[in-house]
Design a protein around this ligand. Sequence first.
Ligand code: GUN
Ligand code: ZN
Length: 442
Amino acid sequence: MTTPGHGHTADSVRAYRAHLLYFRDDRQAEDEAVEWVEDGLLVVRGGHIEQVGDYARLVATLAPTVPIVDWRGKLIVPGFIDAHIHYPQTDIIASPAPGLLPWLEKYTFPTERRFENPEYAAEVAHFFLDELLRCGTTTALVYCTVHPESVEAFFAQSHARNLRMIAGKVMMDRNCPAFLRDTAESGARESEALLQRWHGTGRQMYALTPRFAPTSTPEQLGRCGELARQYQDVFIQSHVAENEDEVKWAAALFPDARSYLDIYDQYGLLRPRAVYGHCVWLDDTDWQRMHDTGAVAAHCPTSNLFLGSGLFDFAAAEKSDTAVALATDVGGGSSFSMFHTMNEAHKVARLSGYYLTARRMFWLATQGAARDLNLSGQIGTLAIGAEADFVVLDPSATPLLARRTSHSESLEELLFALAMLGDDRAVAATYAAGQQVHTRAR
Ligand code: GUN
Ligand code: ZN
């Protein structure tokens, strides 16, 4: 049965006609895994994908009452996954500073203080989620602040919209202003209470979030490691080896560690579902540990360029076969758009002698990230049975995009033009769990 005009009931069916692009998860290499359907149909029942394939083949199998939304000329792709972002930093995006540590002092810590107020937190969370959806991002790994209220506010909004989000309370018990400090004990206790309440509530998932080694005592990292062992399916997120001054600081604070990454290793914080932002200044031994432990590197190109942190080394990640995902790192990052992120990732790769194809970038932002987060088959794909999180991309969204894509000679050229020229204007609509959660105003 369908509910005409809505699609709000659990088993309502709706179909979408467009070009379809996604990646099969039984293939390692994105080039082999790409699935392109020129005239495709995506059939969604409730919150899941029921059928995907050629329009001509599938339309005959649909009940005549099933509404078909006509998105011909547009591309449907899986919703984007942003592997590292700070929702409390929405208001300080694009703030000038000569590097990471002064930027944290001058902008980040003062703005994060405001999240002790639940109303303010709710207002920012609302705007933040709107902005993600406007950019076609349907899943993100999100840092909240040290205040449990900031986590409550975020998950409450995400849950109300039925989005698949991963988030956690920042833990930091030293080297930060007193108004942002927890303790090893309170950080662990509050994190455990939040993860028990939110991990698996609807589509919400929890991430243990020690901010970075310099703002945690060894005791706090130890408590975090215990939680990581106890709750194997929750995520871990932190920062590592972002900036040379930060690397020196971490070395001075943990003189027994072989490297910055080794600090996390010593406390049991490298494992599958552990996602480390930046990874700019890792050495070969670190990369090997990232790989061997199943941890994931979140590459944050707009942030690394904006804060002058350094160039991510794709070749080193590839040599060690470490999992890599793309991330905005707003507010250190300068854009919510995964297109801008791809654009800068491509240029950073070029500067280090590496070449990222457009296919690879779309794979990294969808199926690749889903696989590396152990969410394969659930998100990041249009495959049958997956959660219906998808975006409708308009290759003619701007005069320049229209002009360039009108003579694309291959799928690679089309995707490359979107990655280089696209932004939120190229996102015609965003769907989460089968519901339309953003439509671009004309
Ligand atoms: N390192 C520790 N905290 C932060 C943060 O908020 N942003 C970035 N980019 N790096 C960090
Ligand atoms: Zn960050």
